[in-house]
Design a protein around this ligand. Structure first.
Ligand code: PEP
Length: 248
């Protein structure tokens, strides 16, 4: 089953209109022959300017979250309609930093995912275990819970992208080995096969995230179940283009 590779950047709370525009302007010629889908998930306030900067290029602009309500008294939140106003296609949901610092859990992830799908957005649903969960042999249970609760009520799993991001590898420089990442992502795909059906699970793109960079991307991308990367730190520089061009 061939799945189109997907390299997505997560700028987190970095960049301004000026620095973001400069980076995208520099990236545009470097990614023009990309064979994969490319996206940069930028801070919400930068979306309009970055959409403008990326116009006419392979780079799609994504968001870092979406609220589950259509509108209302949710100070500080962003709705799906607001993202659709700017042609945003991809939205990260349930990033471990949201779970760790902003009280998000499998239930809010589920609500946000369903809202994104209802509004034609493609959720990049993040799951992953902490270091202590891995050390105590709990990885598969944690991932199972995140998938079962997070994707509850999803009708067409093919419309979702999953990002497997071991929390211990995010922003630490400590990448999962190619084998660790492959083995865990294979488990995730098998689990999706049981929750939905094997045929659909084989069409879901599953990304690896956690200190992926220009040096280690080839080995990770060579694994049969890894379909791409969610890139934090390395998406803030033109190194991102080397990852996008991993097939060269
Ligand atoms: C991320 O933010 O999803 C991430 C994987 O960050 P980093 O690449 O910096 O580890």
């Amino acid at each position: 089953m061939s799945r189109k590779p997907f390299i997505a950047g997560n700028w987190k709370m970095n960049m301004t209109v000026a620095t973001g525009t400069k980076l995208i302007t520099d990236l545009k010629p470097l990614v023009k022959e990309a064979k994969c889908d490319v996206c940069l998930c930028v801070p919400a306030i930068l979306i309009p300017a970055m959409v403008k900067a990326a116009k006419g290029s392979k780079i799609k602009i994504g968001a870092q979250n979406v609220h589950f309500a259509d509108h209302g008294a949710y100070t500080g939140e962003i709705s799906a309609d607001m993202l659709n106003d700017y042609g945003v296609k991809y939205v990260i949901i349930g990033h471990s930093e949201r779970r760790q610092y902003f009280g998000e859990n499998n239930d809010t992830v589920n609500q946000r995912t369903l809202t994104a799908l209802k509004n034609g957005l493609t959720p990049i649903v993040c799951i992953g275990e902490t270091l202590s969960e891995r050390a105590s042999g709990d990885t598969e249970n944690v991932l199972t819970r995140q998938l079962e609760f997070g994707l509850h009520g999803v009708e067409d799993v093919k419309q979702i992208v999953i990002a497997y991001e071991p929390v211990w590898a995010i922003g630490t420089g400590q990448t999962a080995t190619d084998e660790q990442a492959q083995e865990t992502i294979k488990f995730i795909r098998k689990k999706l096969g049981k929750m939905f059906c094997v045929k659909d699970a084989n069409r879901v793109r599953i990304l690896y995230g956690g200190s992926m960079n220009a040096g280690n991307c080839k080995g990770l991308m060579a694994q049969p179940d890894i379909d791409g990367g969610l890139i934090g730190g390395a998406s803030l520089k033109t190194d991102f283009a080397t990852i996008v061009n991993f097939e060269k």
